[in-house]
Design a protein around this ligand. Sequence first.
Ligand SMILES: [Fe+2]
Length: 189
Amino acid sequence: MKQAEPPRRGSGHSPTDPGLLRSPLDFISEDHLRERQICAAIDELAIAAPFDRQTALVVLRFLNEELNVHLRDETEDLFPLLAQRCTAEDSIESAITRIRIDHDEAMRLLPEVRATLASCLDTGCDLSCEDSGLLIRFAGHVRRRLVAENAILLPIARARLTRADLRKLSQNMRSRRGVPPFLETTNVE
Ligand SMILES: [Fe+2]
């Protein structure tokens, strides 16, 4: 019988391998690598002349298909688990509050970013200076959020979440993506 391929790690140039959902914090970490690549692509797009249609399509696809699912993993599952498990000395509430500020600002800009990219793809027009500024501001907020998550939240999550928490996180992330349960669920993290 053919052995299952081990999950792919590392480049951030394609959507995160669902095989990593077995280890949900590693999956989130890989999603952050992916987000970082997309932020770099947005920055390049903002200064590209003429408009880089190929990069715009990659970014738009990420914004439409991947970003919202990742954010739901965190806001609906990871953050509540952290709030439950962390102690006062972890200062998790203030970290989450800071992260939410960048999150809210990125979400406020998101519809305009989508509309701007879709419009340039439809019309073949280049980005205006205002459009470029919008893209750079959006990427800045997304990047700040993921840097704080990598530096503060993920290390605390690795230290504090129990095996049962990780199983629950893995299950919820899989069902959010329509991925069937793994046969062995005791091996999470
Ligand atoms: Fe994140």
